[in-house]
Design a protein around this ligand. Structure first.
Ligand code: NAD
Length: 469
């Protein structure tokens, strides 16, 4: 018998031992390595990357506007549940003088026919229920998968992504754009250069008052799904914007890993008070998620990471992004600040000039090469385009992606694990080792850059109309 125990066998065995299916699907640790390692995996080069965009709501439409700026890429298929959204996306291509994409709007499983077209990349921007099914189907069909955040909703789905990516040798990247934000990239470079010394603690968050938008729509296809996801469960539903960038700084899955976490949720008060104010009786007494969720993860190296989630309380946007080391700290929200032993013994934050100098010295090379173009193309100030460009650049040039399936699974897993911990009076819950031990030897994520000659863009100065290479 093979010494490799797959996840489902392990879960069955452990559930038998303790009688708790969910607990054990959360604490799965197989005893031997899987045959393929998707960390630093490089697929064969693709001359012109053929992409399908599935889900053309707010985020999907924005993705099309960015992807169509890349000349070494062809958008070959569009799919949405609503015909009008597909037509609208094709209008973008037509107005730019690009070949129109094949249109799909017959139902939620159109992605299957799209995979049969022989595409290279499935770019999934649907509501959450479809992220894992679409990505898994794509990989099974020989197509690389890129999926919006979160990569799925359950621990089982995370294992399915990992197992499928390993088995098919296809990339599965979660589109965690915040890892490409300018401040986060530069702080990653500073971590690598030892500016903060040895990291001991980090904080991240998704704090974004969305009460208004969650109140606005009841249609499942146009944002109503978001409200539904916040009902009946208590935890951190959207952890990856805060967790991804700090996990990269802590070398998670690359020499370090999360071992366990605890999570706690406050009571609900903000959403219902908003609903009362708006006269939305249908939105009262719906067991809406507790306003603030705070989770703390522990790494095997000893660091602690606090991640918060609150999308209903009235307050300014924050992802915190705080890194503490034994030589200083950095924090992005509410103001970008550094305190370092080398400056004022870290008792004060750096002043404007000191901060400017420090950031210039450690600016991430990707920002130097691509920052101006990315700002012009846009998408959350440019970070979305930095991500898209790097993704397509790596596919075209046969390079490993910056984010792999283990990152997608680990960062997303805080979603179901926090719910489980909250349910059990904040008891600690193990974080699965999705790499099955490979984290010990996986190399640190390099400080990456691009050569613009190796992935051509259309003229990004052209706001609309004919694009020229
Ligand atoms: N990374 C970020 O910064 C960021 C920002 C916003 C949203 N998102 C993510 O993007 C995704 C979409 O969010 P949104 O705000 O655009 O939502 P949206 O409701 O505006 O759009 C979702 C679209 O997907 C379509 N859809 C759903 N299931 C489908 C299926 N099976 N096949 C084809 N189309 C399908 C719907 O008809 C809808 O048009 C979500 O997963 C969200 O978490 C990420």
């Amino acid at each position: 018998m093979s010494t490799f125990i797959n996840r489902r066998e392990f879960v069955k065995l452990s559930a038998f031992a303790s009688g708790s299916q969910l607990l054990n699907s959360c604490s799965t640790q197989a005893t031997s390595m899987s045959p393929h390692n998707m960390c630093d995996f490089a697929a064969p080069k693709i001359e012109k990357v053929r992409v399908a965009v599935v889900g053309l709501g707010n985020r999907g439409y924005g993705a099309v506007q960015r992807l169509m700026k890349i000349a070494d890429l062809e958008i070959v298929a569009f799919s949405d549940l609503e015909e009008a959204k597909v037509k609208k996306a094709n209008t973008l291509l037509r107005n730019a003088g690009l070949k129109e994409a094949k249109e799909f709007f017959s139902g939620p499983e159109d992605y299957k026919s799209i995979c049969d077209m022989g595409i290279d990349l499935m770019y999934c921007v649907t509501s959450w229920d479809y992220h894992t099914p679409i990505s898994v189907y794509a990989m099974e069909s020989g197509v690389h998968a890129a999926t919006e955040v979160p990569a799925g909703k359950t621990i089982d789905e995370m294992w399915e992504l990992v197992e499928t990516s390993e088995k098919t040798q296809k990339h599965c990247m979660m589109l965690e754009n915040c890892c490409y934000d300018f401040f986060e990239l530069t702080s990653l470079n500073m971590v690598r250069q030892g500016v903060f010394g040895e990291l001991t603690h980090a904080e991240g968050a998704y704090i974004h008052c969305l009460s208004e938008s969650m109140m606005g729509s009841s249609s499942e296809n146009s944002g109503g799904w978001r409200t539904k996801e916040n009902v009946g469960i208590h935890g951190n539903l959207y952890p990856t914007h805060g967790l991804g960038p700090v996990a990269q700084c802590l070398d998670i899955n690359r020499g370090n890993r999360f071992e366990y976490l605890v999570s706690m949720s406050s009571q609900e008060a903000a959403f219902s008070s908003f609903a009362r104010k708006k006269g939305r009786k249908d939105m009262l007494n719906i067991n809406f998620r507790g306003d603030m969720n705070t989770s703390v993860l522990k790494t095997v190296k000893g660091q602690t990471v606090m991640i918060q989630h609150d999308v209903s309380s009235p307050r300014p946007y924050s992802r915190i992004h705080m890194l503490q080391g034994n030589r200083g700290m950095v924090r992005k929200y509410p103001r970008e600040e550094y305190a370092l032993l080398d400056y004022h013994k870290a008792h004060e934050f750096l002043d404007k000039e000191e901060k400017k100098e420090l950031e210039a010295k450690y600016r991430h090379p990707l920002i130097k090469t691509l920052g101006d173009v990315a700002k012009k193309v846009g998408g959350h100030g440019g970070m979305d385009f930095m991500m898209d460009y790097r993704l397509i650049y790596c596919l075209k040039n046969g390079l490993p992606l910056d984010q792999n399936v283990y990152d997608a699974a680990t960062w997303t897993s805080l979603y179901p694990l926090s719910i489980e911990s909250v349910k059990r009076r904040s008891t600690s819950v193990d974080v699965p080792d999705f790499t099955r031990g490979k984290w010990k030897n996986n190399k640190q994520l390099p400080i990456v850059d691009v050569n613009p000659k190796k992935l051509k863009l259309y003229n990004t100065d052209t706001a609309s109309g004919q694009l020229s290479v």
